[in-house]
Write a protein that binds this ligand. Structure first.
Ligand code: NCD
Ligand code: ZN
Ligand code: ZN
Ligand code: ZN
Length: 349
């Protein structure tokens, strides 16, 4: 089977400051192994991508190291909103964290939120980490400022139902869900302990069922929230939240196709067409992902991500990526990575 190049709008590549967990070379290797040819990197780095100096460092390292195409998010931070117009020169979108999660970025006051909407250019997207009632805050801002808002990793029944209702009223909002919130629940969290700790937390079986029920009409994208942390960190007394996702997303979704929970056509919309449209990302000519529908077991040892583990280890999936072609070049074939670092392009929109 041949698919278009996949697009992941939610990846943590950890540069600068978290290179022991992932860097542009390893993160984009994981992306290609997972069938992603275009990804957007999150700004909750150390320092975060909220000021021009950190952004310049990230861009320079990206240009040197990436193996697929990468766009960068700028991060909203109270007291630093004056930098937003300068950051928008290189960043493809703005990320606002309304709730507690890994990293230093948080915006909890309304004046900063309004400043973000005023200073960030209208033609560039705004994405939010919003949970529970914060989803209503994001919907309110989209309505008041009459501009699109994209919700990251929606995970609860009450959230997806509120988004469905707001979309029904014609509000300009979109959302993504992660494979882990579709395929894992609190029962798995019990089994996996800190290895299944992430933000948002895994939901109940009822939350997962609500996400599946909205996969055709409300969910716009599948995004990985690839958030690598080392096993030693996850097993420490203060485990950081987050799990890797780039290399398991497509095999899991292909399994759903094999089980007829989803059509292949819908998978392509959720993992390629819609994310590219919502984030206004360029087309990639002569680019495709070839997939083999043979059962396989997910194994930690196969991972190209620096973290080297996945919460899905041991699961049987229905398909795997056999070959990836980017701009006419074979960049991944039968488990072997062929794209040199520096061969990817940084994205501007
Ligand atoms: C993410 C990380 O580790 O950067 N962790 C997570 O649990 N999802 C942060 C985030 O996406 O909220
Ligand atoms: Zn988040
Ligand atoms: Zn994230
Ligand atoms: Zn870590």
């Amino acid at each position: 089977m041949v698919l278009p190049g996949l697009v992941d709008v939610h990846t943590h590549l950890r540069v600068p400051g978290g290179e022991h967990e992932e860097d542009f070379a390893t993160g984009t290797a994981a992306a290609l192994a997972g069938g992603f040819t275009q990804i957007l990197a999150m700004p909750n780095t150390s320092p975060p991508l909220s000021a021009p100096a950190a952004m310049a460092t990230a861009v320079a390292h990206a240009q040197r190291d990436i193996r697929c195409d990468v766009g960068l998010f700028a991060g909203a931070s109270p007291g630093l909103t004056r930098h937003l117009p300068a950051l928008a020169q290189t960043a493809v979108a703005l990320k606002i964290y309304l709730n507690d999660t890994y990293g230093p970025l948080r915006v909890e006051d309304l004046p900063t939120l309004h400043a973000c909407f005023r200073h960030w250019p209208r033609h560039k997207p705004i994405a939010m980490h919003a949970e529970k009632q914060s989803v209503a805050v994001g919907i309110g801002l989209a309505a008041a400022h009459d501009r699109p808002v994209h919700f990251c990793h929606i995970s609860r029944r009450e959230e997806i139902e509120l988004i469905a209702q707001a979309k029904g009223r014609g509000l300009p909002i979109t959302c993504e869900v992660t494979p882990h919130h579709l395929f894992l629940t609190r029962a798995d969290a019990k089994r996996l302990g800190p290895l299944a700790d992430m933000r948002p937390l895994l939901g109940t079986a009822d939350d997962a069922a609500a996400l599946w029920a909205h996969i055709e009409d409300t969910i716009d994208c599948i995004a990985t929230d690839h958030a690598p942390h080392m096993l030693a960190e996850k097993r420490s007394p203060t485990p950081p939240p987050g799990v890797a996702g780039l290399e398991t997303a497509l095999p899991l979704l292909l399994t759903a196709v094999a089980q007829q929970r989803l059509t292949l056509e819908r998978l392509i919309q959720l993992m390629s067409t819609n994310p590219r449209r919502i984030f206004n990302l360029p087309q990639q000519p002569n680019t495709q992902v070839e997939v083999e529908m043979t059962p396989a077991i997910i194994q930690n040892e196969q991972m190209h991500s620096k973290c080297g583990w996945t919460p899905f280890a041991g699961m049987t999936v229905a398909g795997r990526v056999s070959r990836v072609i980017l701009r006419g070049q074979v960049v991944f074939e039968n488990g072997r990575l062929l794209a040199p670092s520096g061969s990817g392009k940084t994205i501007n929109n």
